[in-house]
Design a protein around this ligand. Structure first.
Ligand SMILES: *Cc1c(COP(=O)(O)O)cnc(C)c1O
Length: 358
């Protein structure tokens, strides 16, 4: 079976050697040496001033909303993984959708301002597939209206925009280190923030509010990364350049061989050094997509409909219609992209797609 992704596993002896350090210390959670080491290495790798390693990529979104004391309406994108929107609802706020740009697939910043009401407290947007949002316009609008900005950067590990880490934009950025993501620690994630007071608040929130063993700074939750997760992260990180290079070669193959007289691909924002995280392909219609998907599946190839459905249509949400996001969601599918995908497999995927288009 050729899946949409295949988790990169580091050599097991290297993972075991790192795990042994946790055994030797008899310490497997509560910000032990491995978590501290991973945070240090990630700060250097990503060129970010701060990082808090977390147990997944969803709690950081909830913690960001909590720490920024957001209330009322949060403007967000309908084209993302469900966690972006469900975190808003989980924190008792109301997601207000703004449609996406048809080429970049990120929130259409030119449509944000008309959606702002007296209840709006923030913008929570996704750098979808690692493609940066229009961060300048969003920052301008947020400053003008006194709104906070959170970026769900779950797909954006290693992306730089205008020469700096995409995690440095917004009041808070979050990432996911889930096994299906570009860099992973099995389950895991991170919070990024450049304001020291807010960084402190995020930190307390992610550890029950603890300020020492007997004092509490305020309300908190448990979002700590464990030593076992950090061990996986530390074992994967040295391979990141190889991983990105291998994926780039696959993407180059798709780019040179798929039939782009019919298909459309993601337009990466200018001034972006992208991370090769996904290969989304936009078909002319849902019917065409389903035909191709069925044929691929008959050949034991499993693409994924990222992201479907458009989040405004999920039934616990009463979202307004979002024509572009709903259309794109129906017509977009991610192709297999992982280290170890072979040339003959790629050729088969491309041939099946091109031959079943018309
Ligand atoms: C994967 C993902 C998340 C959630 O991350 P987990 O680590 O699985 O909790 C949030 N937002 C987006 C856009 C994602 O793709």
């Amino acid at each position: 079976m050729i899946n949409v992704t295949k988790t990169f596993l580091p050599p097991q002896d290297e993972f075991n050697a790192i795990l042994k350090r946790a055994w030797d210390k008899n310490w497997i959670t509560n910000r032990g040496h491995l978590v501290l080491e991973l945070e240090k290495q990630l700060k250097a790798y990503l060129s970010v001033p701060n990082i808090i390693a977390t147990t997944n990529g969803t709690l950081p979104l909830q913690i960001a909303i909590k720490a920024l004391t957001l209330k009322g309406e949060i403007i967000t994108t309908p084209f993302s993984y469900v966690a972006t929107m469900s975190s808003i609802v989980w924190e008792g706020c109301t997601p207000v959708f703004v449609d996406i740009h048809p080429d970049y697939l990120t929130i259409d910043a030119s449509k944000i301002e008309s959606t702002i009401t007296s209840e709006t407290s923030a913008i929570l947007a996704t750098h979808v597939f690692g493609n940066p949002c229009n961060v300048e316009t969003i920052e301008h609008i947020a400053n003008k209206h006194g709104l906070k900005v959170i970026y769900d950067a779950a797909h954006s590990f290693g992306v730089t925009y205008k020469g700096q880490s995409i995690f440095n934009y917004g009041d808070v950025s979050t990432c996911s280190f889930h096994a299906t993501k570009l860099f992973h620690s099995g389950e895991g994630g991170a919070l990024f923030c450049n304001n020291q007071d807010l960084q402190n608040a995020l930190f307390y929130h992610h550890n029950f509010g603890h300020d020492g063993p007997e004092h509490f700074q305020g309300l908190g939750i448990n979002a700590k990364m464990s030593e076992l997760q950090a061990a996986m992260g530390l074992a994967v990180l040295p391979y990141m350049n190889d991983i990105v290079y291998a994926r780039k070669k696959i993407i180059d193959y798709y780019n040179s061989n798929l039939d782009f007289s019919i298909l459309k691909r993601l337009k990466i924002r200018e001034a972006t050094d992208w991370n090769n995280s996904y290969y989304p392909l936009i078909f002319e219609s849902e019917e065409q997509l389903l035909r191709v998907k069925t044929l691929l599946e008959k050949n034991n190839i499993a693409p994924r409909r990222y992201f479907y459905p458009s989040l405004n249509t999920i039934d616990y949400i009463k979202g307004k219609s979002m024509p572009i996001s709903e259309h794109i969601s129906k017509c977009i599918m991610c192709l297999p992209l992982y280290v170890g995908l072979k040339q003959n497999e790629l050729k088969r995927i491309v041939t099946i797609i091109n031959e079943s288009l018309c």
